[in-house]
Design a binder for this molecule. Structure first.
Ligand code: HEM
Ligand code: HEM
Length: 182
């Protein structure tokens, strides 16, 4: 980094952020749409949810590696200490859940013995666990709760970004958007 203060996240971090954010919202909508279906209809509509979820898993692991190798911009000085801690905590939980939730879904599919088809291109291997519907059901309950929790955090996260940009008038959204960096 040069002596000048870095104003925004790296371009790679920005691309990861927005691609993953869109996929998470789309995947949540697909899961909600499948909630009240049964049998073959449910399996058909949850199939893209599983494939998109695996995509989010892969992208989130790459993103975490990117994050650990690219320094983020320092928080604006005007942002209060508690807000920095809250924002950082939410970011860490996002990373944990964006990796943990899809692994949970993958594990539940493995316990249920249900295949994971990747957009008709290939099949993702299941974890070598025996079929156990009780365990699959317990993991899916956690998965659903985790999915709801992520969405609650997204609301908090967006409110924080909007507050910084429009109420505190410190750099907020611009830090996660393309543009000059210094
Ligand atoms: C970050 C990625 C993911 C998110 C945010 C997510 C979120 C959710 C949410 C919110 C639900 C509950 C919908 C409802 O009934 O209200 C759900 C259901 C489900 N998810 Fe995921 N999911 C993700 C990845 C995956 C993956 C990778 C798999 C499997 C490979 C998977 C398998 C399932 C299944 C089978 C259900 C249906 C449960 C049922 O209604 O019986 N999910 N997911
Ligand atoms: C599913 C949706 C989303 C997820 C999972 C998510 C996740 C994250 C994560 C993990 C970071 C921290 C980046 C890092 O330090 O590595 C971040 C930063 C950020 N996000 Fe999101 N985000 C989502 C949606 C949004 C939306 C809709 C907005 C804006 C309206 C937004 C605005 C921002 C901003 C401005 C930052 C930079 C925070 C800073 O100043 O340091 N995000 N987001």
């Amino acid at each position: 980094m040069s002596i000048t203060q870095q104003a925004r996240y790296s371009t790679g971090a920005i691309v990861f952020h927005w691609v993953i954010a869109i996929l998470v919202i789309v995947n949540w909508r697909i899961a909600e749409g499948a909630e009240h279906l049964e049998g073959a209809a449910k399996a058909a509509s949850i199939a893209p949810h599983k494939a998109i979820g695996i995509t989010i898993l892969v992208l989130s692991i790459l993103r975490l590696i990117w994050r650990l190798t690219h320094r983020p911009p320092a928080p604006p000085e005007a942002v209060a200490g508690w807000e920095r801690i809250l924002a950082k905590t939410v970011h860490v939980i996002f990373y944990v859940l964006l990796i943990g939730l899809p692994i949970g879904g993958w594990l539940a599919s493995s316990y249920a013995g249900f295949p994971i088809d990747y957009f008709g291109l290939f099949t993702i291997p299941l974890f070598p666990v025996g079929v156990n519907f009780d365990t699959a059901g317990a993991i899916i309950d956690l998965h659903k709760a985790g999915g709801t929790f992520v969405l609650a955090l997204v609301v908090l996260h967006v409110l924080g970004a909007l507050k910084h940009s429009f109420i505190d008038k410190v750099p907020g959204l611009s830090r996660m958007w393309f543009g000059k960096n210094a």
